[in-house]
Structure formats: C-alpha cells, structure tokens
Write a protein that binds this ligand. Structure first.
Ligand SMILES: Nc1ncnc2c1ncn2[C@@H]1O[C@H](COP(=O)(O)OP(=O)(O)OP(=O)(O)O)[C@@H](O)[C@H]1O
Length: 579
C-alpha cells in the first residue's frame, strides 16, 4: 500500500481558467462574405430580370403600340425573354445556395451546439440539454424556409423603389414612404412581442420539463394517485405558456393586417398620382402598368416577411440562445500530462465552494493515492462525497486546486482519452440507449473479447447469457432491466479495458450477497492490475480487508486521511474526531 496525505493549502487558489469559447458566427457554417456576396449578386440578377418586365410593359404601351412597329416588338420581346431566363437561372442558383447553406448549417450546428449543451448540463447540473435541439430545429427551419430569400428580396424592393424614382421623383417618394412605414411597424412589433415570446418559451420548457421528470417515475405518480394533481399542475403552466404565445400571435396578426392596409394605401396613392400625370399629359397609361409591377416588387418581400414574422422572430431568439449556450460552454483548455508528477491519483489543494453557499463543501484536500491502492471516501449524507468524485473525474471545475491521474489534469484533459482510462459506477446507474454490448463497450466498435472480459469481471456474463437476446438486449430506459441487472452492467462498463482509476459510488446498494462478493473480487483484481480505486460507502466495514486508506469528510470542508486500520466507521456521526 502506498498512500500519502499532502499538506493542506492555506488559501484557496482561483479556479483554473476556462477556455473562452469562440463566439458562434455565421462564417463557421459556410456563410462567408463570399457566399453572401454571391447571394446578393444572384438576388440583383433575379430582380433585374423581374424589373425588366416593368420597363418592357412601359415601352410596349408607350412606344410600340402607338408606332405599331412589329420589328421593335419582336426585338424587345427577345431581349426581355433573355432577361427573364437570366432571372430564373439566378433564382434557381440562389435557392440551391440557400438550401446547401441550410443543410451545412444544421449539420455543423447540431454537432457543436449539442456538445456545448451537454457539457453545460454536466457542469451546472442543469438537467436536460434537449431544449437546445428545438432551438437548432427552429434555426434550421428558418434557413430552409422562404424567409431568408424574402430578406434578400428586400434588395429587390430597394431596386424597385429606385425604378420608381427613375420613373418619377414623387412616385419614388410615395414608394419609399410606404416601405419605411412597413419597416417601422415590423421593428415595433418585433420589439414588443420579444418579451412575450421569451416568456411563452420558458414557460413551455418548464412545463414540459416538469411533466417529463414526473413521467420518469410513473409508478410513484400512479401508485400514489398523483396523476390528476400532476396533470392539473402541468395544465395550468401549459395554459399560461399558450396565453403568452396567443398574445404574441395576435400582435403578429394585427401587424400583418396593418401592413396589408398600408400596401394598398401606397398603391392607391401612386395610382392617383400616376392618373394625375396621365390627365396632365405628362405620362402615358404605360406608367400605370409600370407602377403596379414596381410597387408589387417593392411590397412583396415585406408582405412575405410579415406573413412569416413568427418564424423570423423565433429563429432570432433561438439563435441568441444558441450563441449564449456556446458562450457559456467553456470547454477547458487541454493541458499535457506532467511527466514528473507521481503516478496514480494526486489531489492538490482541492476545493469546491459553489456560489451562494456560506461555507465551502470541500476545502484544501491534498493527498496521493498510489496505483494498486483503494481509498474509501466516508462521511455523513450531503457532506460532499459525490461532489469529490465528480471533481476527481473532471466533470466540473474545482474552485481551487487540481486532480492529476498519472500526471494528467482531470479537468484540463482530452475527454475521450481520459474517459477511456477511468471506470465509473455512479449511485444511480444510467444505461444509454442501445444494446448491452454497446453499453459495456462504451459505444460501437468494441472488441467482443474486451466486452466479455469486463462482463465476466463484473459477474454479469451469466446474467446476460440468460437474457433471450443476450448481449443484444436493449439496455435503454424502456428496456425493462431490473435495478440489479443495470448495476451489474454498469459495473462491467466501469471495468471495461482495465481502467487506471476505478470510481465506485455506493456500489453495494441494491446488490444481493452474491453480487457483492463478485464486486469485491472485481475491485481486488482491479487493484492487483494497478488501478487506483476510490469508493464512496456508508458501510466501510464491509470493505475493510480491501481498504488501504480512508478519506473522512466532515461539514464545511473538513477532511482527514487515515490508514485503513483505524476507525472503519468513524464517520458514524462524530465530526469532532475528524477535526
Ligand atoms: N454543482 C453544485 N452546485 C451547488 N451545490 C452543489 C453542487 N454539487 C453538489 N452540491 C451540494 O453539495 C452538497 C454535497 O452533495 P453530495 O451529493 O456530494 O453529498 P454526498 O456526501 O455524496 O451525500 P450522500 O451521502 O447523501 O449521497 C449538497 O448540499 C449539494 O447540494
């Protein structure tokens, strides 16, 4: 046995710096300045094609019809058919580019945002990372809808207004006034519905999360007759969320009607002015035709945007939430292993003091656990045993100090490489969706021999063999495995490929005598292979013969390391003996 208590640090060191995550930028998803310029150029080409028709109509009615010149009619028609073809092609390429961007965006965003959300959820105990999936879907739905094209078409609206100015200064002013009014209404409604939409979204998330967590314990809910109360509570929250959404939809609807009214008002104004010019012999009827087409090009993108305002507003909010998730991500920078550090587990001046707590949970813990050594972690309920294990595993950043496994900082590490070197059996064993083989082998591609060896070491092989589908038995939440079976599979997963650090959180809970014996043998073998074993237990006596060292935790961050021979159940209640 080799285990050493290191001197306690006098003052808490600041927590190790988190990496500042790169802000979420559209450029990361292929929307570079070049792509945007190409999209704008295609939009202009498309719009010129359309606006060409305006001029075509005007020339036809002003010149060709009066002169009755068929050659001019044929030549003009040919030119404008060509323009129309270019416009259609430009529109097609633009749609293809937008669709490709939407796909690329969805794929990459899913990967990055999901990783960030899971890391945040683990670090902050924030529960589900799933709302992020809805945000990704919202942003993706926006990109694959007609709305980005409508935004680009606002450029066409500007060109249409310029054309109106070209036709007549005051016509341009009427069109510009209408456009400005529409934009103003849009901005006002977007700002005033923002809070309502945020409220509705957070209420909906809270209601669904609450119902989801209740359904995780259907037996309790049904068995204790809590279903009506649960549904009533959920219904009230859900209705409140829908009320907020209805209010925002109502405002969107009002705005759409208002925009409709303004478009018609602008059209009537422009027509009246055009008719006045015709009466004054300053223009021909062709001008009225041109006004109709140009104004429709100027107002259509607005009308589309207002119609789909909710998609735009929801996408903007989802994008902001995604950005903030990525900002909070803070994946720590990876530190290379310290070659001169002692092998095994080294804990240096480790402290954990969450915000809002008057006292630290853990303070200045310093010790070394050599390879082939088992240390039990003992202490009363709520004293910080599981927290210590999570810090050792590098699942959250310590407030001070650090943990090294064979010289590798457990927080500043490459998770995939570090995870492969540890085995962890939490109090509440959660198996992932997929079969037992994948669960033990920690994903696809595991060697069958390694999986079976781990299952044998955990005493799970025979139990798995008795299942109708053996290692192919589904192991997820709906699979129906018993708590004891899940625990054995969880232990096999922890033992997979001989971890350097084996962390067991109250492993004996829920195990029968035979399974406990198998577990003890597994721990013994892991020690013999040179693993460091950390074991949280409320029954230290049952592990006496395998224990080399005890870490005793007390209230407010008190701690002490003792050799195994002393005081197996010292933490039966008396903290004074630890001081
Ligand atoms: N991320 C966190 N933020 C704030 N407080 C936390 C965090 N993690 C743990 N705690 C608090 O730390 C205290 C210790 O919790 P922990 O689960 O580590 O206790 P424990 O000793 O394992 O208890 P038990 O024996 O009952 O399992 C609890 O009061 C818990 O609320």
């Amino acid at each position: 046995m080799s285990a050493t208590a290191l001197p306690q640090g006098a003052a808490a060191r600041p927590a190790p710096a988190m990496a500042r995550p790169a802000p979420l930028r559209l450029g990361q998803f292929g929307l570079t300045p070049f792509t945007l310029c190409a999209l704008l150029a295609l939009t202009i080409a498309q719009q010129f094609g359309f606006l060409g028709i305006v001029l075509y109509m005007k020339h036809l009615s002003d010149g060709v019809i009066e002169s009755r010149n068929l050659d001019t009619l044929a030549a003009l028609s040919l030119v404008f058919v060509g323009m129309l073809a270019v416009s259609t092609l430009a529109g097609h390429f633009r749609s293809a580019m937008l669709a490709a961007a939407a796909e690329r965006f969805g794929l990459r965003l899913k990967l990055e945002a999901m990783q960030a959300a899971v890391r945040n959820a683990v670090r902050t105990d924030a529960g589900s990372a799933l709302p992020i999936l809805r945000d990704i879907a919202t942003v993706q739905r926006f990109f694959s809808s007609r709305t980005p094209a409508a935004i680009l078409d606002l450029l066409g609206a500007v060109i249409a207004i310029l054309l109106l100015f070209y036709l007549d200064f005051w016509l341009g002013m009427i069109g510009l006034g209408g456009m400005a009014l529409s934009a103003l209404i849009g901005a006002v409604v977007l700002l005033t519905t923002r809070q309502l939409m945020l409220k509705s979204r957070s209420q909906l998330d809270a209601a669904q999360a609450e119902l989801g967590s209740q359904f995780l314990h259907p037996d309790v809910v049904r068995g204790l007759g809590l279903l009506p109360a649960t549904l009533l509570r959920w219904h009230a929250k859900y209705n409140a969320a829908l009320d907020a959404e209805d209010a925002s939809q109502h405002r969107f609807g009002t705005m759409h009607e208002l925009d409709h009214f303004i478009s018609h008002l602008v059209l009537i104004g422009a027509f009246m002015y055009g008719a006045y010019l015709v009466i004054q012999h300053e223009a021909t009827v062709g001008l009225l035709l041109a006004i109709t087409l140009a104004l429709s090009a100027a107002t259509q993108p607005f009308s589309h945007l207002f119609h789909n305002w909710a998609i735009l507003a929801q996408a903007a909010q989802a994008w902001q939430r995604l950005r903030s998730t990525m900002r909070q991500d803070g994946e720590p920078p990876v530190h290379p292993p310290e070659v001169e550090a002692a092998t095994g587990l080294v804990i240096e001046d480790l402290g954990f003091w969450p915000e809002g707590r008057p006292q630290p949970i853990l303070k200045g813990i310093g010790l070394r656990v050599a390879p082939g050594t088992m240390m039990t972690v003992q202490g009363p309920n709520g004293v910080g045993k599981s927290t210590l294990l999570r810090l050792v595993l590098g699942l959250m950043p310590p407030t001070s100090g650090r943990v090294l496994l064979d010289g590798q900082d457990s927080w500043h590490c490459d998770r995939a490489a570090f995870g492969a070197r540890i085995g962890y059996l939490p109090q509440d064993v959660q198996l992932l969706e997929g079969d037992i083989f994948r669960n033990i082998g920690r994903g696809p591609g595991a060697a069958a021999s390694d999986v079976v060896a781990a299952a044998r070491a955990a005493g799970a092989h025979d139990m798995i063999g008795r299942l109708p589908l053996g290692y192919q038995t589904p192991a997820g939440t709906a699979a129906g495995l018993s708590a004891g079976q899940r625990r054995l599979i969880g232990l096999a997963r922890a033992l997979y490929r001989d971890p350097r650090l084996l962390v067991l959180d109250e492993p004996e809970v829920g195990m029968d005598g035979q399974s406990r014996a198998v577990m003890r043998r597994a721990v013994e073998e892991a020690k013999a292979r040179g693993a460091v074993v950390l074991l949280v237990t409320h029954e230290p006596r049952t592990w006496n013969d395998l224990t080399d060292l005890r870490l005793l935790l007390g209230k407010n961050g008190q701690w002490q390391v003792r050799p195994a021979e002393q005081d197996a159940d010292i933490m039966g209640g008396s903290l004074a003996r630890v001081d």
